[in-house]
Design a protein around this ligand. Sequence first.
Ligand code: PXP
Length: 246
Amino acid sequence: MNRLRLGVNIDHVATLRNARGGAYPDPLRAALLAEAAGADGITAHLREDRRHIRDADITALMNGLTRPLNFEMAATAEMQAIALRHRPHAVCIVPERREERTTEGGLDVAGDIARLADFIAPLREADCRVSMFIGHDPRQIEASAEIGAAVVELHTGAYCDLHAEGQFAERDAELEGLRQGAALADSLGLEVHAGHGLNFETVGPLAAIPEVRELNIGHFLIGEAVFIGLGPAIAEMRRLMEAARA
Ligand code: PXP
C-alpha cells in the first residue's frame, strides 16, 4: 500500500503563545520538533482574524522548515496574495467564518465553481499543490476535480464527533461515506488527504483507507503534548497509522 504521510498542524502552539501576548511557545520550534519526531510536513492556518498563526509565523516557517509547508487559507484576495508571495508547497483552501471556533464544515466547491476555478488558477501556476477541504459528498469531489485541484482533503470532523458521542452506527456510516469519497476522488485523479478532530482512537480506520495519502492532525497532538510531550505524541500517532496501514 502507498505510504501514508502525517502533516502536523501547529496552529494551537500559536494559540498558547497568543494567550500571553509574547513570543513563547514558538510555533517554529514546535514544527522543527515535529519534523524530528516523524512529521512529513507542517500545516498552518492563517485565519483572517489572525487568532493563532500570524503573518510572521508563515515567514518563519517558510524560512526555517526542512519539510513542506501546507498553508491553509480562506479563498480571499488577501490570502491569495500572501500565498503567491511565499509559494508554499501546498495550499489548502478552507471555508472560514469569523464566529466559528474551528473549521466546522467543508467548502462548497460545487456551489462556487467558477469563482474557485479562477481563484486557484494563479496558485496552480505558481506550482502550489492546491487542495480543497470538503465533505465526502460526490458533488463536491467532482467539482474539485473539475476546477483542477490536485488534492482533496476530506473533513473527518463529523466522524470524530460521532465517535466521541458514542453514536457508533452513525459513525460507521460516516466512515463508509469517507471510504467511498476517497475511492471516487482517487478514480478522478485527485490525491486524497483527510483530517480534523483525529486522535489516537479515531485515526486507525482513516489510516486504513488505501486511497488516503496524508492525514493532517493538530489539536489532539498539541493537547497530548501537555501530557506525554510532542515528540512521543507524534511517534505514537505514526505508530498507529502504520499499524492500521499494515
Ligand atoms: N485539516 C484542515 C483542513 C483543518 O482546517 C484542520 C484544522 O485547522 C485540520 C486538518 C486539523 O484539525 P485538528 O486540529 O482538529 O486535528
